[in-house]
Design a protein around this ligand. Structure first.
Ligand code: ZN
Length: 187
């Protein structure tokens, strides 16, 4: 299977969007943006209602040395070759679920959340690494007060859950319903 290395993915985002970042090490992650964190990185910096199910990508230091946010112009690429198996709502936009591999018991997926999705991306759409599957959603005006960002999750989801049933109802309850989380920082 293709590499899911986060560095490769951040590099793809950089090139796709011509971001003015000089070195991948200049991406910035608050601890609340990391897998498993209970910390909010927005609003009151309080406690999340559940452990974070993935990685939030939002901030980098630009070539002028200033900290810059990704914005709603940011196009979102697929991490690897696969097939879109479902789309669902999330609390800031929509999520796209892409299957990369499957065996007798489960399939391995990547999830892209808080985005807007073009009408051409539907269940059954085949993607290659780097193909654009959406754009970061505008979250201004949402009462959550969360700056727009891309959330990604890497999951193994039991085959007993149908493709159309892969929503945040089950993805937000890992380990209870046949969903296993992986750390995108490692994959
Ligand atoms: Zn997130």
């Amino acid at each position: 299977m293709e590499s899911f290395a986060i560095r490769s993915y951040l590099d793809t985002i950089t090139r796709l969007n011509n971001l003015p970042i000089s070195d991948q090490r200049e991406w910035i992650f608050h601890h609340g943006m990391l897998l498993g964190s209970r910390a909010k990185w927005w609003a009151d910096f309080g406690i999340r209602h559940a452990r974070h199910e993935g990685l939030d990508i939002a901030l980098f230091r630009n070539r002028a040395g200033a900290i810059q946010w990704l914005d709603t112009q940011t196009r979102v690429p697929a991490m690897a070759k696969g097939v879109v198996i479902n789309l669902c709502r999330d609390f800031l936009g929509r999520s796209v679920i892409i299957r990369h591999a499957q065996d007798q018991t489960s399939r391995f997926v990547s999830v892209y959340s808080h985005i807007t999705v073009p009408s051409a991306v539907v269940p059954g759409t085949r993607v290659e690494k780097g193909d654009v599957i959406g754009q970061i959603a505008d979250t201004t005006g949402k009462k959550s007060g969360i700056h727009c960002h891309l959330h990604i999750s890497i999951m193994e989801i039991a085959n007993k859950i149908p493709d159309s049933g892969i929503t945040w109802e089950i993805m937000g309850e890992p380990d209870l319903k046949g969903v296993k989380l992986f750390n995108p920082m490692i994959w």
